[in-house]
Design a protein around this ligand. Structure first.
Ligand code: GUN
Length: 382
């Protein structure tokens, strides 16, 4: 990360703390400070602009999940200029607060709302049923409506690529994951990371600690500590903050960034960051809206579409492993390689995907088991 970017991030973290304190239902308009009464007319009258609201579950300074959505919002604001007016509300819990914030966004004239966390799903459905003239985009859910689409990134592809690196770098042959909320997406990511590690060394074992939240830095840190104390020396995480990486830095372990480029938070521990880029999808949605051809649907973009990539692989990772990552990536792009190709066994020894079979999206969306080599059981799984 350049010094400038580091400074920008630090500034953002500072801003975020302030904006968390003043969280209200009203939504902040970063791009459009209130104009004095006698100010000259803006280039395009506000009424002509498409108003777009973003709702975030954690602070924009989380350095990960929400930070990346915020970069996407800023990118579309920049690209579409005065054709659109974006705003965002951060740190909105996955509760009735989400409904309140969306209704408030609607009352302020937003016609497109991005709800960027899984647990917003039922609130999106409820509000969308009442506001038919507004389009909703829900990240990572599975329920759609005529005016509500879902979208996601194939984060499991990034997890697999990180796993390849982990498989080469673990000395204890035990990798670990700090996991967030036990939904199929996160279980799939845990498994994909382990499959990547085992593609380098099939004897590798894994441990998982769940924190049951997306953003809880102290808990994420405690979970990382318990993994290290249990013999793990390389960690992945599915939480929103860099706490796992920071803990690895303090304890002499190694770890990955997820969602955002987290290299600046732990220069020694950082092995790579599985970075999501929401900008291509947000650009497509706004283009569709402006052209009057927005459609509901279920969009799941991955390495192929430029939505996820493993970035900043550490210098001490052997070249042959970097090449293996590049090869897997190339296969994901041209369709010749799929992470979930059989034979795959669960951790009871049962074959869950037969030899040569490639899992389809419906199968991937239902994963609720651990693959061979992971200790324990998925929370809530029968
Ligand atoms: N909300 C915050 N982080 C995440 C994430 O990683 N996945 C999903 N589905 N929702 C989130």
């Amino acid at each position: 990360m350049t010094t400038l970017r580091k400074r920008a991030l630090i500034k953002m973290i500072g801003l975020s703390a302030v904006s968390m304190a003043v969280l209200t239902a009203c939504g902040k308009k970063e791009e459009a400070p209130a104009a004095p009464a006698n100010a000259p007319a803006a280039a395009a009258p506000a009424a002509d602009k498409l108003k777009v609201g973003f709702m975030y579950v954690s602070p924009i300074g989380d350095g990960g999940w929400t930070y990346q959505h915020e970069l996407g919002r800023k990118a579309i604001q920049e690209k579409f200029g005065d054709k659109i007016e974006t705003s965002m509300v951060e740190s909105v819990p996955e509760s009735a607060d989400a409904e309140r914030v969306m209704r408030d966004m609607i009352s302020q004239g937003n016609k497109l709302i991005f709800a960027t966390s899984f647990g917003y799903q039922d609130f999106v459905q409820k509000v969308a049923a009442d506001a038919k003239d507004v389009k909703f985009e829900h990240a990572t859910g599975y329920k759609t409506a005529d005016n509500a689409a879902v979208y996601d990134t194939k984060t499991f592809e990034g997890a697999y690529l990180a796993g390849i690196v982990a498989g080469a770098m673990t000395k204890t042959k035990t990798v670990g994951v700090v996991a967030s909320v036990p939904i199929p997406e996160v279980v799939r990511n845990v498994n994909s990371f382990v499959l990547g590690a085992q593609s380098v060394d099939p004897s590798i074992k894994a441990k998982v600690v769940w924190v049951n939240e997306w953003f809880a830095p102290p808990k994420e840190s405690e979970a990382a500590t318990s993994l290290i104390n249990g013999g793990v020396d390389v960690m992945y995480q599915n939480t929103n903050s860099p706490a796992v990486l920071k803990t690895a830095e303090e304890r002499g372990a190694r770890a990955f960034g997820k969602d955002g480029d987290m290299s600046a938070f732990a220069p020694k521990a950082h092995l790579g960051s599985a970075v999501i880029d929401w900008t291509p999808y947000y650009t497509k949605v706004v283009e569709d809206m402006l052209a009057g051809k927005w459609q509901t649907g279920n969009y799941w973009w991955g390495v192929k579409e430029g939505a996820i990539d493993l970035k900043k692989i550490a210098d001490d990772v052997p070249q042959e492993i970097k090449d293996k990552v590049e090869k897997a990536k190339a296969g994901m792009k041209d369709g010749s390689f799929a992470v979930w190709t059989g034979p795959i066994k669960d951790n009871t020894g049962k074959e869950v995907l037969e030899s040569g079979k490639v899992a389809d999206d419906a199968w991937l969306r239902g994963i609720n088991f651990y693959v061979n080599g992971i200790e324990g059981t998925v929370p809530g799984a029968k």
